[in-house]
Write a protein of this length. Structure first.
Ligand SMILES: Cc1cc2nc3c(=O)[nH]c(=O)nc-3n(C[C@H](O)[C@H](O)[C@H](O)COP(=O)(O)OP(=O)(O)OC[C@H]3O[C@@H](n4cnc5c(N)ncnc54)[C@H](O)[C@@H]3O)c2cc1C
Ligand SMILES: Cc1cc2nc3c(=O)[nH]c(=O)nc-3n(C[C@H](O)[C@H](O)[C@H](O)COP(=O)(O)OP(=O)(O)OC[C@H]3O[C@@H](n4cnc5c(N)ncnc54)[C@H](O)[C@@H]3O)c2cc1C
Lengths: 259, 615
């Protein structure tokens, strides 16, 4: 079974750098594999294994032909990658990203299943996977916490607030997985060395048959007007136990309307 | 705060600019070890260390290893951490490809060792001792021994130990008494007791390969009568599988000041007498020739001693990270410049700054020294040009006692300052700062106490090639002085490089004077040299540290002047120059205070009788 995983390469959250003039994140330094996507990569590797074979292919859109994050995923065991890198893409919004990734996915022959993360760690609009599915006209299942493939169908346990739903979709399909559902393997020394020579198909927007003047800032149809820091977290409320702490806690939770 | 962030940026700097990684990649066996691969490998390895190993450090200290019957149990999480390390193929990285190794330069293995030690030094001792045993077998074992033992040891599936010490044979290895008797089948039976054997018994691997120094019945006394044996915990069958249990057993483990999770074992060889048909004693296989054991130990010594220096480096780095983090959070007092009524974080107090910069500068100098030493080991082993290889070999010989003693003495200093930065809570175990200090102390003692290192420096290393090896090193340092002096565009002697160059020039002159004194008086009367070997060693080492910091400053300056560095890169290089200048102005001048203690010679050391010393 062949699985495609969308992997975003993002600035290292430990050293996030700054915003550009146009309020977008500076992405000119080294980019790493988004941790959110490491779960998709691990799941893809496990599914291919369970199916008794098949390739895991990565698909990514990132500036400056950046491959550092892809190499990590290749070192984990993915077989190859498609990387879309093009100056025309600067300023791309979620929909653009989805169109580009969808076109890139089409380059991968015989993809049975496409995995993405529920949301990325830097942009976290959580909208790209569904839009890819729409562009490709594929069934889409979100918030997957468990995925199984058998007889041309993908069975998914879909996380909900109260538990999980059991969903099924015919292949090919797109599934977005939540963080923490599998334990991503650490790349091994051999894996890292082997990743050096795994193929990365580097393509431009034109290669994908898309119009460069319709993507990026040109195609976003939007503008980031202002960015302001998230409000500081308020200090928590400290409850001293004078025998009635349990009551106070109940009152507090009641106030939050969670009880 | 138990966090550990691998200092990948500084590691890269030292590898690129001081250790000459690019040149190493040009050597025959290292073609695949280009910079991109090396840094990719180190980044992923660092992640494993910080995510999986580092969290086990405090737990290991609190729990310690436990001796139960014939077994030793390592603390919670250790087996898992070790399993990850082996599953990733990491132990093999710097070893020979012929034995499943990754064929990477030794210096890359040393960078990994630094991270292992920062993450969990007690656990890191398992691979460290295994490496010693691998070296012994790889250098001196026969083909059959290599076939049987090397592969599983290189992959980390089996571990190794080094059995030198006995109750009456510590610094004086030649006094050991463990017996080895040759059998008709060519194997030996080993009987005796070893003490202080690191990871002599544990639950990380299915097999433990003991390297044991012992004496055959007709052996001459002292170091000339020592032979070296392989004594596996389980005998190995023809097909490589594990067979009968050998008669080597753990008697007890020590309760220690630090590295509590590293089991330090008393091992009994042949005491149970349950060898059965094989006869009394543990089955041992001779490595190389009889009575050559000590010679073999010498060939491994440079690696082993560097490994202990790197333990010091690893601990210093972790203590430093913890201290900076704490100093950025702890609010106390009002720092100069803060408005009245305002409280400051302690990182804004000048004396705390001094402490943190001292930790940073020492740690970076240690890193430079360890990596440069390791790179020279690579060059000595693999450089096609005989002259280049010889030069490297000589430098390695000279610097071995310096790296070992300085990096471990400084580990004690840096981890102690780490506690100081924390104030009272640093003295409280919960904080974790004290553990690094307790862990550091042993590094000054084992693998040849630092006093023994000093004797090695003055007794064996100064006389190398009639003193020319030391003189070559002094010339190297003078060349750096010249380069630094040339780096003063204003010509007023006030630029960073000029100041660093001036301080280094003074230090080198002081070292030259002290070395002259050692040659003059030490040759005439060795007692004079032995009496002052330790302050001389410190003087020498600190000057070498200053030299490497000077080279760091030059490299950083060149990178800055090369243009197109900005953001975090620029700030990294700028910090490098500042740190080097701090070292040159505030740490390096220590050498001038050591001239007096050196030139005092042996005078007065024996003026008191032992009775007078005893009060
Ligand atoms: C400050 C800021 C504000 C922004 N505001 C907006 C905005 O208002 N509207 C808007 O449309 N865009 C906005 N963007 C841009 C948006 O973050 C990016 O356009 C991005 O492509 C959308 O992806 P996401 O990270 O939100 O993806 P998500 O939908 O959160 O990503 C889910 C998953 O989709 C896959 N995926 C997403 N991107 C890629 C990729 N490049 N390569 C491979 N796989 C990928 C991954 O599996 C990922 O985990 C903003 C960006 C910044 C920095
Ligand atoms: C935690 C731990 C782990 C260890 N692991 C191992 C191991 O795996 N394998 C192993 O074989 N050993 C191991 N050792 C033993 C260690 O190498 C010895 O303790 C060390 O070599 C010192 O020997 P000693 O303890 O007998 O001290 P001594 O030799 O008794 O030294 C006491 C003091 O006298 C000084 N001294 C001794 N001789 C001289 C001299 N000739 N001139 C000047 N000064 C001298 C020393 O510098 C020291 O200060 C370990 C020890 C510890 C504590």
């Amino acid at each position: 079974m062949n699985v495609v995983v969308c992997v975003k390469q993002i600035p290292d959250p430990a050293d996030p750098g700054a915003l550009e003039e146009d309020h977008t994140l500076k992405r000119d330094g080294k980019l790493i594999l988004d941790e959110s996507d490491s779960y998709g990569v691990e799941m893809a590797l496990q599914l291919a294994d369970a199916a008794g074979g098949g390739d895991v292919t990565l698909v990514s859109m990132a500036p400056n032909n950046e491959t550092s994050g892809l190499r990590t995923a290749l070192a984990m065991g993915a077989a190859k990658a498609v990387l879309v890198s093009d100056d025309a893409l600067s300023g791309a919004g979620a929909l653009d990203t989805a169109k580009v990734l969808a076109a890139a996915i089409k380059r991968v022959e015989g993809a049975d299943l496409i995995l993405a993360a529920t949301e990325s760690s830097d942009g976290y609009t959580g909208t790209v996977p569904e839009q890819i599915a729409a562009v490709l006209d594929l069934p889409s299942v979100t918030f997957a916490k468990h995925v199984e493939v058998a007889d041309g169908t993908v069975k998914v346990q879909r996380q909900t607030e109260s538990g999980f739903d059991e969903c099924e979709a015919p292949l090919p399909a797109l599934v977005s997985v939540t963080a923490g559902v599998v334990e991503p393997r650490y790349p091994s020394f051999k894996g890292i060395m082997a990743a050096k020579s795994k193929p990365v198909d580097q393509v431009t927007v034109a290669d994908l048959g898309l119009d460069p003047s319709a993507v990026g800032w040109a195609g976003a149809g939007q503008e980031i007007v202002d960015v302001s820091p998230a409000p500081e977290r308020q200090a928590g409320e400290v409850i001293e136990d004078e025998g009635d702490a349990h009551q106070k806690i109940v009152e507090f939770l009641d106030g939050l309307k969670v009880l | 705060m138990a966090d550990y962030t691998p200092p990948l940026r500084d590691i890269r700097f030292v590898l690129e600019h001081l250790a000459g990684l690019d040149d190493l990649a040009k050597l025959e066996p290292f073609g695949h070890a280009d910079a991109a691969s090396v840094f990719g490998v180190l980044a992923e390895f660092g992640r494993l260390m910080s995510e999986v190993w580092a969290p086990t450090n405090a737990v290991g200290d609190a729990e310690g290893s436990r001796h139960e019957g014939d077994e030793v149990r390592t603390p919670a999480g250790f087996r898992e951490a070790y399993r990850h390390y082996v599953a990733g193929g990491w132990p093999a990285v710097p070893f020979d490809v012929d034995y499943q190794g990754g064929g990477f330069p030794w210096v890359v293995g040393i960078a990994m060792q630094e991270m292992l030690n920062s993450a969990n030094m007690a656990l890191a001792m398992a691979p460290l001792l295994t490496q010693g045993a691998i070296d012994a077998i790889a250098f001196h074992g026969d083909e059959a021994q290599k076939e049987t033992f090397l592969r599983p040891m290189v992959t980390g599936a089996w571990s190794g130990t080094m059995n030198l010490t006995e109750p009456d044979a510590g610094s004086d290895v030649g006094a050991l008494r463990t017996r080895a008797v040759r059998q008709d089948d060519g194997t030996y039976r080993i009987t005796g007791q070893k003490v202080f054997i690191t990871f002599g018994e544990h639950d990380l691997t299915e097999q433990i390969v003991h390297l044991v120094l012992a004496r055959t019945p007709e052996a001459p006394p002292g170091t000339k009568g020592i032979s070296c044996f392989i004594v596996p915990k389980y005998l190995v069958e023809e097909d490589g599988s594990l067979g009968d249990r050998n008669d080597v057993h753990v008697v007890s483990i020590e309760h220690k000041m630090g590295i509590r999770a590293s089991p330090t074992c008393v091992l009994a060889f042949g005491e149970r007498g349950d060898g059965g048909a094989r006869g009394e004693g543990a089955v041992g296989y001779l490595i190389g020739e009889e009575h050559a054991g000590m010679r073999y130990m010498f060939t491994m010594m440079n690696n082993a001693r560097l490994g202990v220096g790197v333990e010091g480096l690893g601990l210093a780095e972790r203590a430093y990270q913890q201290a900076v983090a704490y100093a950025s959070e702890r609010v106390q007092g009002r720092a100069p410049g803060a408005s009245p009524g305002e409280s400051s974080t302690i990182i804004d107090h000048p004396d705390v700054r001094r402490m943190l910069l001292t930790m940073k500068a020492f740690t970076e100098a240690m890193r430079a020294m360890c990596y440069v030493q390791a790179a020279q080991i690579d060059v000595a082993k693999h450089h096609p040009d005989e002259a280049a290889a010889t030069e490297a070999r000589e430098l390695v010989e000279l610097l071995t006692p310096i790296v070992k003693s300085w990096c471990t003495d400084l580990a004690e200093t840096v981890t102690s300052i780490g506690i100081q930065v924390h104030g009272g809570v640093g003295y409280v175990e919960e904080t974790g700062a004290a553990q690094h200090y307790r862990d550091a102390k042993i590094t000054q003692i084992y693998e040849g106490t630092n006093g023994i290192q000093a004797m090695d420096l003055v007794g064996r290393k100064l006389p190398l090639r009639g003193g020319a090896v030391v003189r070559d090193q002094i010339s190297r340092m003078r060349a750096t002085v010249a380069e630094l002096g040339g780096g003063d565009p204003e010509g007023d002697g006030e630029g960073d490089l000029a100041v660093i160059g001036a301080r280094l020039a003074e230090a080198v002159s002081t070292l030259e004077a002290a070395t002259g004194w050692m040659f003059e008086h030490g040759v005439a009367d060795p007692v004079e040299a032995l009496s002052v070997a330790t302050p001389y060693q410190r003087l020498f080492a600190t000057t070498v540290g200053g030299w490497l910091m000077g080279r760091s400053a030059l490299a950083a300056r060149a990178a800055l002047d090369g243009g197109s560095v900005d953001g975090s890169e620029r700030s990294f290089f700028e910090a490098k120059v500042v740190t080097a200048r701090f070292f040159a102005e505030r740490l390096l001048p220590e050498v001038h205070g050591l001239v007096g203690p050196v030139m005092a010679g042996g005078r007065g050391l024996f003026a008191l009788t032992p009775a007078q010393l005893a009060r």
